[in-house]
Design a binder for this molecule. Structure first.
Ligand SMILES: Cc1cc2nc3c(=O)[nH]c(=O)nc-3n(C[C@H](O)[C@H](O)[C@H](O)COP(=O)(O)O)c2cc1C
Length: 216
């Protein structure tokens, strides 16, 4: 597919067939995910990959112990789940290296550098970078003709961490379901998905974020 077609075609899929995906294909998708940009090239991301019904059932048992009434049963059929995890320490370590050491959290804050501790970072770049890698994964899946859905873990993070052995300090940022779309699924009924895209003119603020004539 052309790049613009991939971007335009990408929508969250919540109705999957249970057909398995080749592990080599999953590797190709994650290979593209890990080509995302990252601060200082720290690449502080990891991907927990669950393949097949035994492994995905382990995830769902932790994150959705009672699926009664769950509105997207087709999501539970996805043959692959990927849990992208962000690693703040990778950024602190990277920014403690010689070429980054002088970077301050803020110009006026001479005491704290980004290589000291995660709390010195005004923007948690580990989340940003892992999100960028996750978007690559969604686009790569679309390009491969697959369906994909990113969703949050919400209050089940601790149970998911335990079930998947995610080490302390690594932050799961959500989950991506991957698989073939169920061609018999109805239209996406989610209210969120039906919201129109904000018009371009609404989101572009040329020259500054203000509307109306410049008071000066
Ligand atoms: C940060 C974030 C959190 C989201 N959380 C969920 C979620 O928990 N469950 C879900 O079904 N979709 C979730 N979505 C998907 C959005 O609902 C979806 O991206 C949005 O409605 C636009 O639709 P589209 O991605 O199909 O274009 C999330 C998306 C993002 C970026």
């Amino acid at each position: 597919m052309e790049f613009v077609d991939v971007v335009r075609a990408r929508r969250m899929t919540r109705d999957f067939l249970a057909d398995p995906l080749e592990p080599a294909l999953v590797d190709e998708l994650i290979d593209l995910a890990r080509r995302a940009p990252s601060a200082g090239n720290a690449q502080g991301w990891d991907f927990v990959v669950l393949e097949g019904p035994d492994q995905t059932a382990r995830y769902w048992a932790a994150s959705l112990p009672d699926p009664t009434g769950f509105p997207w049963p087709g999501l539970l059929r996805a043959p692959v789940l990927v849990v992208p995890c962000a690693d703040p320490d990778a950024y602190v370590r990277r920014y403690a290296e010689d070429d980054k050491r002088a970077r301050r959290a803020a110009p006026e804050d001479e005491r704290r550098s980004l290589g000291d501790e995660a709390s010195a970072w005004p923007v948690p770049y580990w989340l940003l970078d892992t999100a960028m890698a996750t978007e690559n994964l969604l686009l790569a899946a679309t390009d491969a003709g697959l369906g994909a859905c990113y969703f949050g873990i919400f209050g089940k993070e601790s149970a998911v961490r335990d079930a998947l052995g995610i080490p302390e300090g690594h932050q799961p940022i959500g989950t991506v379901a991957l698989g073939r779309r169920d061609p018999d699924a109805g239209a996406n009924a989610r209210a969120s998905a039906r919201r129109p895209r904000r018009p371009l003119a609404d989101v572009v603020h040329r020259g500054g974020f203000r509307s109306g004539p410049d008071p000066a």
